[in-house]
Ligand binder design. Structure first.
Ligand SMILES: Nc1ncnc2c1ncn2[C@@H]1O[C@H](COP(=O)(O)OP(=O)(O)OP(=O)(O)O)[C@@H](O)[C@H]1O
Length: 454
């Protein structure tokens, strides 16, 4: 390991601190300024010797440095209004031997002009990227492939293998699974791996189209077919997907009359637009998805049995997230990475306690719910780690009392362990303060720390 002598360290500090164009301030644990660089002095129009030794709030407007020095929670890219300007401030706690001993603050843009210029530059770049994305999507009509399906469980790997086998060719695939399990993602992947990959992928949510419009949406209409019909008519989703794949989501919600027409497409390869004199040929692969018990709908005469056999040539069943707990860790980290890249927030970790909660929770909304939970936690997080406090209340509570899988004793012990961990975190590991807050004796706290290996 290379060791750097104290002299060299001082020289580096001098260059970074004094010759930086950014404004830098350092405070101690009580919020007293110990260092203020020349850039900051000039900007504030204060003399260094007058500022050092004063409380930071007496020298810098709207400062929160003293708060960061107390809580130990960093604050990144926060707007701070100083001397008539909106600045971007970063406040980072300084720790020694595990304790917060102060904080360093930097201000990135000394005037709004620099800031506005930088902002509009970034906005332009983002717009450009968005434009390219749109073009790509228009050309290919799809966004996901098998590589985007994350998971390490046996179940997911076996589904991926099935997908690889059935993707080439035109066989119809029925994808079943609860909401948010990734049915659309798998449908995209099948298209991506098929010979049709550079032709359109068209998604139709059968549950979202009013019953009286579904036929014209799916099969189109001809000019003059009805009073409000557009001049020149309108192609249906099947015509738009010609040569490619149509993904019929929520197929169980399709009305019976549209089911008859769909069967015809599957049997004859023909669609009949409303008002057309004769059917039109289309070449479309059909992938369907549902969360409904189609067999039950057949018994109730709400779904055609002959259609069921046509769409159900290959069936892919995606298990709910709670039945493949092994995927949760890898999915959560993948989603965290995706969200932070998109938002630019510096949150890089998920607290082990949170991960434990994620593994216990039942995830009724599956991967979509996990995505939403992590996205909101990233926005709420005050540090680089997602903690329990950043999670929605219902999740904290429900997972605390998972009565189906744990005895009362286990729940009480886990609750006790989690409460102690949270209190210790709050008081920065100070055991005396923790015992007082918990209302127990210090020796009792030590016993519990030993018991729970904390
Ligand atoms: N295995 C996975 N790896 C990565 N992302 C996933 C995975 N499964 C689901 N997702 C993500 O979860 C979200 C929900 O997935 P998707 O829309 O495909 O679910 P769905 O089953 O079609 O839901 P619904 O039935 O409500 O339409 C999407 O943002 C998707 O990218």
């Amino acid at each position: 390991m290379i060791t750097i002598s104290e002299n060299v360290k001082d020289a580096i500090f001098e260059v970074v601190f004094e010759h930086s164009y950014h404004c830098i301030v350092v405070v101690d644990r009580d919020g007293i300024i110990t260092h203020l660089n020349n850039s900051y002095c000039q900007f504030l129009e204060v003399k260094k010797e007058d500022a050092i030794g004063k409380h930071v709030t007496d020298v810098i407007e709207n400062s929160r440095m003293h708060i960061v020095a107390e809580t130990g929670k960093e604050e990144i890219a926060q707007l701070q209004y100083i001397r008539g300007n909106h600045m971007v401030a970063n406040r980072i706690p300084v720790r020694a031997n595990g304790k917060v001993i102060g904080a360093v603050g930097t201000v990135l843009f000394r005037d709004t002009k620099e800031w506005v210029e930088m902002n509009s530059h970034i906005k332009n770049l983002l717009l450009e990227i968005e434009q390219y994305r749109k073009q790509l999507k228009e050309q290919h009509g799809l966004t996901y492939s098998l590589h985007d399906i994350v998971g390490s469980s046996e179940k997911i790997n076996s589904i991926k293998n099935t997908i690889k086998k059935v993707s080439p060719g035109d066989v119809s695939v029925l994808i079943r699974g609860e909401s948010g399990t990734g049915k659309e993602l798998f449908a995209h992947s099948i298209h991506h791996l098929s010979e049709r990959h550079n032709k359109p992928f068209v998604k139709v949510n059968c549950g979202a189209i009013p019953e009286n419009l579904i036929e014209s949406e799916l099969f189109g209409y001809k000019e003059g077919a009805f009073t409000d019909a557009k001049k020149g008519g309108k192609p249906g989703k099947f015509q738009l997907a010609d040569g490619g794949t149509i993904f019929l989501d929520e197929i169980g919600d399709m009305p019976l009359n549209a089911q008859v027409k769909l069967l015809r497409v599957l049997q004859e390869g023909e669609v009949e637009p409303i008002g057309a004199l004769r059917p039109e040929k289309v070449d479309v692969r059909v992938i369907t998805a549902t969360n409904q018990p189609l067999e039950q709908l057949i018994k109730e005469n709400r779904f055609r049995e002959d259609l069921f056999y046509r769409i159900n040539v290959i069936q892919v069943v995606i298990p709910p997230l709670r039945e493949r707990v092994e995927d949760i860790r890898v999915l959560a980290n993948y989603i965290l990475n995706k969200v932070t890249k998109r938002t630019g927030k510096r949150v890089s970790e998920i607290d082990p306690q949170v991960m434990e909660l994620f593994m216990q929770y039942r995830w009724p909304g599956n991967v979509r719910e996990l995505e939403n939970t992590i996205e909101s936690a990233v926005h709420l997080a005050n540090s680089t780690t997602i903690t329990i406090d950043d999670l929605p209340n219902h999740l904290q509570q429900e997972s605390f009392y998972d009565i189906e899988n744990h005895t009362l004793k286990e729940i009480i012990q886990r609750t006790e362990k989690q409460v102690i961990e949270r209190v210790l975190h709050k008081v920065d590991g100070d055991k005396t303060k923790a015992a007082t807050l918990l209302g127990i004796g210090k020796s009792s706290l030590y016993e519990k720390l030993k018991k729970y290996d904390l």
